[in-house]
Write a protein that binds this ligand. Structure first.
Ligand code: 4NP
Length: 186
């Protein structure tokens, strides 16, 4: 069995993994509001489920204006209110991310368009690209996580709730390597 992370095949929301970790990249515009929150929430949920060791999680922005900055203070505040500390600094998306990650999870359709415009994507790269709210059980039409940058704390809390609901389902959609091996034996 190949063990270089390339032997990964995806079908819809089902992930068939032969490597021990799934590498997930959350993407928004500035990487100071939505995607660092999604990164922190996913890590928190994975840790609560005893599955932190199964994942490598990162986030980035399609724009680089905030590179090197900590998350927006409102992002940090809403995360803190839910018991999550965010301390990673913003970075811009790089083309190599499409090779380095198994799942690229965008916050809105503009992010998806920007990501698609960065390169002529190979089909396996396109298959890695999802909207976070594809996993939201309460999604009601729009699959965007709206940009909370110009609003107040209520918008950040709404965004937090969307991210948490979606991240829970995303986590559940990725089988743990152990349960896959057990199924293989059965
Ligand atoms: P984010 O929010 O994409 O969720 O990080 C934004 C942060 C900053 C800007 C836009 C959106 N900005 O224009 O600087």
């Amino acid at each position: 069995m190949m063990n270089d992370g390339s032997a990964i095949h995806r079908s819809s929301l089902i992930v068939h993994r032969y490597s021990m970790t799934t590498r997930i990249l959350f993407v928004c515009l500035g990487n100071i509001c939505r995607s660092p929150l999604a990164e922190g929430v996913f890590n928190h949920l994975a840790a609560q489920a005893g599955r932190a060791h199964e994942f490598e999680v990162d986030s980035c922005g399609t724009g680089g204006w905030h590179a090197g900055e900590l998350p927006d203070p409102r992002t940090q505040e809403v995360a803190q209110q839910h018991g999550i500390t965010l301390n990673r600094r913003a970075r811009p998306f790089e083309r190599s991310d499409f090779n380095d990650f198994d799942l690229i999870i965008a916050m809105d359709r503009d992010n998806v368009s920007d990501l698609l415009s960065f390169s002529s994507l190979k089909p396996d790269h396109r298959a890695k690209l999802k909207l976070l709210r594809e996993y939201d059980p309460h999604a009601d039409g729009s699959l965007d996580v709206p940009d909370p940058w110009y609003g107040g704390m209520d918008g950040f809390e709404r965004v937090y709730q969307m991210i948490e609901r979606s991240a829970k389902k995303l986590l559940e959609s990725i089988p743990s390597p152990l349960s896959q091996r057990e199924r293989g034996r059965g």
